[in-house]
Design a protein around this ligand. Structure first.
Ligand code: MG
Length: 270
């Protein structure tokens, strides 16, 4: 093997190593981009799948005469709904560099504040169908610990011009209990036999023990059937004389009232 051949062999090896050194990081970046595109497309298809999922629930016209009479006797109840993480989850983008979830958002709005933050709304799967159903069964009241300038436009979007979420209570309507914002259902309707809360917060459910149903928090992009699964229970509950006769059995928590909190505050730690 002469010197020229050896030179070409060594040069070829060095060239291949150099190309590998230059290209491998790029290949990794290309693979990462490709994976990201696949994830975004999968998220889009998931969203389309949820949008076209055919779900039907029995109309009230098909109820028996006995059931219809029963509804007239017990009267229409009030369902108090939490907003954040119960009906939807929002991401507030405070600066351009802040990354958003890869899951496609449903709605974007600009907060009318001094920093004009963008809010991206991710609806919980099946929320439209859920609201359509429960608005026929109950008087709906939205009770959120968020401010009205943030929650108002989101609720306008969620009700889709149907006027089903017109009764709204915001942060300023909450009662301050040891620094916590308590959403007492009695503020929505004083008749505790006929009002209850659906909320993802354990604390709010404890404030309304006997008049609350806990639902899991919605995580963006997660497969979620909670709103569909709870419909049969909500359908049954409207036939009760007193919601506490059912919901009082579901909770182990002592009802935490303002008076209880004063007692707790004054008590020495055990
Ligand atoms: Mg919540």
């Amino acid at each position: 093997m002469n010197k020229i051949t050896i030179f070409f062999v060594v040069a070829s090896i060095v060239g291949v190593l150099y190309l590998a050194y230059r290209l491998i990081p790029r290949i990794r970046i290309w693979v990462a981009h490709f994976k990201k595109i696949i994830r975004i497309w999968v998220a889009h298809f998931k969203k389309i799948y949820h949008g076209y999922c055919v779900i039907t629930y029995m109309d009230d016209e098909k109820l028996s005469e006995v059931s219809k009479r029963r509804l007239e006797v017990v009267g229409k109840k009030t369902l108090v709904l939490d907003m954040d993480e119960t009906l939807m989850t929002a991401v507030i983008q405070r600066c351009q560099r802040q990354k958003l979830p890869e899951f496609p958002y449903d709605h974007k709005l600009i907060l009318q504040r001094h920093d004009a933050s963008a809010v991206y709304v991710y609806k919980r799967p099946h929320v439209d169908y859920f609201l359509d159903c429960v608005s026929k069964w109950y008087d709906l009241v939205i009770f959120t610990a968020s401010t009205s300038n943030y929650a108002g436009p989101i609720l306008d979007y969620l009700e889709r011009g149907k006027g089903i979420l017109r009764k709204r209570l915001f942060r300023e309507d909450c009662i301050d209990v040891l620094g916590l914002k308590a959403k007492y259902v009695s503020l929505a309707s004083p008749d505790l036999a006929n009002v209850f809360l659906l909320d993802d917060s354990n604390v709010e459910c404890r404030f309304n023990a006997g008049n609350a149903i806990k639902i899991s928090s919605y995580v963006i992009g997660k497969r979620d059937q909670e709103l569909i699964n709870i419909l049969p229970f909500l359908d049954c509950l409207r036939f009760t004389q007193d919601v506490r006769s059912v919901l009082g059995l579901c909770t182990r928590f002592e009802c935490l009232t303002t008076n209880h909190c004063k007692l707790i505050k004054g008590r020495r730690p055990i």
